[in-house]
Design a protein around this ligand. Structure first.
Ligand code: HEM
Length: 178
């Protein structure tokens, strides 16, 4: 459906029957210890491709997502204390931007999992408890939904890309708090 006029988009889908090589690195993950977690959140190769497609959107809008994120964090005195003790909003803005771009790189492999584990350990070390870490993903997801709604023409697309984004967020959370 187009968002503006709700016209049905019948027959506008182009079937893509061309051979698509398997994403070998991702396939490997399915066979190691995080395989069940990936299956549980429903993350697939298609999601990873979807996310790679919206890389330009992320590049254009990461700053907005990051600003909304730290704007909200700063409202919470306990979180602000942790931030000021260990870092600065400016530095964290850069690392979060990098993090967001990593989600849309199209490469979800063993190294990606290791990078996520390291990030989880960092937050554990600074005493950020999982309830706050997980809650913070809602901020990113909400902002991402705003961005996708503005950038894309149809609700169908918004849903498609948002669901892929949500799945990867869930996977990242799982790795981050384990
Ligand atoms: C560090 C992402 C939530 C505070 C980092 C880093 C990343 C990141 C990528 C850099 C890690 C590294 O140095 O290797 C995220 C994501 C979050 C999240 C994706 C949730 C969606 C939070 C929250 C706080 C926070 C809620 C609130 C206190 C910090 C601090 C550091 C940090 C203080 C720097 C730690 C240090 O260098 O000693 N975060 N973060 N983060 N994060 Fe977060």
């Amino acid at each position: 459906f187009r968002k503006e006029d709700n016209h049905h988009l019948a027959n506008t889908k182009i079937e893509n029957n061309s051979y698509q090589p398997k994403n070998q690195e991702f396939q490997k993950l399915l066979h190691n210890n995080v395989g069940n977690q990936i299956r549980f959140v429903g993350l697939s190769e298609e999601d990873i491709m979807n996310l790679a497609e919206i890389r330009p959107i992320m590049e254009r809008n990461a700053a907005q997502i990051v600003d909304a994120f730290y704007g909200k964090l700063q409202d919470m005195p306990n979180l602000l204390t942790i931030i000021n003790k260990h870092s600065t909003i400016e530095k964290l803005g850069k690392t979060l931007t990098q993090y967001l771009l990593d989600m849309v790189s199209g490469r979800i492999d063993e190294n990606y999992v290791i990078r996520r584990k390291v990030i989880g350990n960092v937050h554990n070390r600074i005493g950020l408890f999982p309830e706050w870490y997980i809650g913070a993903y809602t901020l990113i997801q909400n902002e991402m939904l705003h961005v996708l709604t503005r950038e894309l023409d149809t609700w169908e697309e918004v849903m498609k890309y948002y669901i892929s984004f949500q799945r990867l967020c869930s996977f990242d959370m799982q790795i981050g708090i384990e």
